[in-house]
Design a protein around this ligand. Structure first.
Ligand SMILES: NC(=O)c1ccc[n+]([C@@H]2O[C@H](COP(=O)([O-])OP(=O)(O)OC[C@H]3O[C@@H](n4cnc5c(N)ncnc54)[C@H](OP(=O)(O)O)[C@@H]3O)[C@@H](O)[C@H]2O)c1
Ligand SMILES: [Zn+2]
Ligand SMILES: [Zn+2]
Length: 375
């Protein structure tokens, strides 16, 4: 337990100080960014642990150099405690969520077309740089300040520790599923989706894909998660490590493969492209370390005209749609709650990297760690 944070002059959080110690964040205090007209301050109640937190915290062993000290965490739920002078979406006291993006210009073509996640002025919730040079800090913290557009009202039906992971993991898989599950198949045909990798993103993808009406199959490396996959709504389950002939068995069956794996090392990409129907898509939301490369020859695509692409987060419009869908279809992440502290961060980051979580860690008890939650 640390002394109460001196908000609003100061925020506090658990920061990576050296990427060699990526799983040992330490308590620090820091100055918030300047309050812009559309910014709101969130007093954080809980925050999910995303695979991206690990990839970022690892620095050169993950996605590359980061600015230190760095507080990761971008599946944030909390209470609005202050609003900038031009804020219209939220008021003090509201419960809101913030995902992996904290800012964009909102006036370029991409922003106007509900593709603000691809705006070239986009600033990520942590390790992003604002126009004035301020480096953003994430949600393993007492507070976060972000543009109101990227903060979402949370429906009363969803409790905070379950809402957290919808803000990054949920939105990230909802966007490509919504955009790419075909709705114009010949009469009577149900779209068929393969979810590759059953982790934090994958277990939400299964529920969302099924709710969107697709026959959903899980492709996992072993059969240890089979029972869970079926409980989450999967129609079929394939253990790629043991079912050696899976690529032949499922040849020409899927409209979409959504890759949610954190590494490509165990992935037979050629096999996954071959199970696609003509012009099917392999969409990667999984983003492995910078060292990893796709190993695929252009001629591979000649057999079915398939496409290989990535998808980054999602838009505010999609987030609001996702929250509605989750309420209507009872979609919830399966979470393991961990009180936030140096020890809690260390334990959860280490276990998540080892794949020892079913299926999302969510840090809680921020009031105890930061002396917040008084009013
Ligand atoms: N595109 C975006 O906007 C966006 C947003 C958020 C996260 N991400 C990225 O999405 C990825 C997944 O994040 P997460 O939080 O869901 O991670 P996670 O909970 O650790 O799940 C990753 C899953 O990947 C599979 N996997 C692990 N090691 C593997 C290997 N060596 N080869 C093949 N598969 C392996 C495992 O599934 P099985 O055990 O079933 O095989 C594991 O459950 C990360 O790369 C993260 O950075 C991207
Ligand atoms: Zn994330
Ligand atoms: Zn823009």
């Amino acid at each position: 337990m640390s002394a109460a944070v001196k908000y609003p002059e100061e925020f506090a959080g658990f920061a990576v100080l050296d990427t060699k110690d990526w799983n040992k964040p330490k308590y620090i205090t820091f100055k918030p960014k300047k309050l812009d007209d559309h910014d709101i301050d969130i007093e954080i109640e809980c925050c999910g642990l995303c695979g991206s937190d690990i990839m970022t915290a690892m620095g050169g062993e993950g996605w590359g150099e980061i600015k230190l000290p760095q507080i990761v965490g971008h599946e944030i739920i909390g209470k609005v405690v202050h609003v900038g002078p031009k804020v219209t979406h939220h008021k003090v006291g509201d419960r809101v969520g913030l995902g992996a993006q904290a800012f964009s210009c909102l006036s370029c073509r991409r922003c106007e077309d509900d593709n603000e996640q691809y705006c070239n002025k986009s600033v990520t919730t942590y390790d992003g740089t604002y126009a004035d040079g301020y480096v953003s800090q994430g949600g393993y913290a007492s507070h976060v300040r972000a543009h109101e557009h990227f903060c979402f009202p949370i429906p009363k039906e969803i409790k905070s520790s379950e809402a957290a992971s919808l803000c990054c993991a949920g939105l990230t898989v909802f966007s490509p599923l919504k955009r790419y599950i075909p709705t114009d198949l010949p009469k009577g045909e149900t779209p068929k989706v393969a979810i590759l990798g059953l982790g934090g993103l994958g277990h939400l993808a299964v529920q969302i894909s099924a709710a969107l009406g697709a026959d959903t199959y899980v492709f996992s490396r072993t059969d240890s998660k089979k029972e869970h996959a079926l409980k989450l709504g999967a129609k079929g389950f394939v253990a790629t490590g043991t079912e050696k002939d899976w690529a032949e068995k499922y040849y020409d069956q899927f409209d979409l493969v959504l890759n949610c794996a954190i590494s490509l090392s165990g992935v037979n990409l050629g096999g996954f492209l071959s199970i696609l129907k003509v012009q099917g898509r392999f969409v990667s939301v999984g983003l492995p370390s910078a060292e990893e490369k796709y190993d695929v020859a252009p001629i591979t695509f000649f057999s079915n005209g398939s496409s290989l692409c990535s998808s980054n987060l999602g838009s505010r419009k999609e987030m609001l749609e996702l929250l509605d869908l989750c309420v209507k279809h009872d979609i919830r992440p399966w979470v393991e709650e961990v009180p936030i502290s140096e020890e809690g961060c260390n334990k959860a980051l280490t276990k998540a990297w080892e794949g020892d979580v079913r299926y999302r860690f969510v840090f809680t008890e921020f009031d105890k760690a930061f002396g917040t939650g008084k009013k």
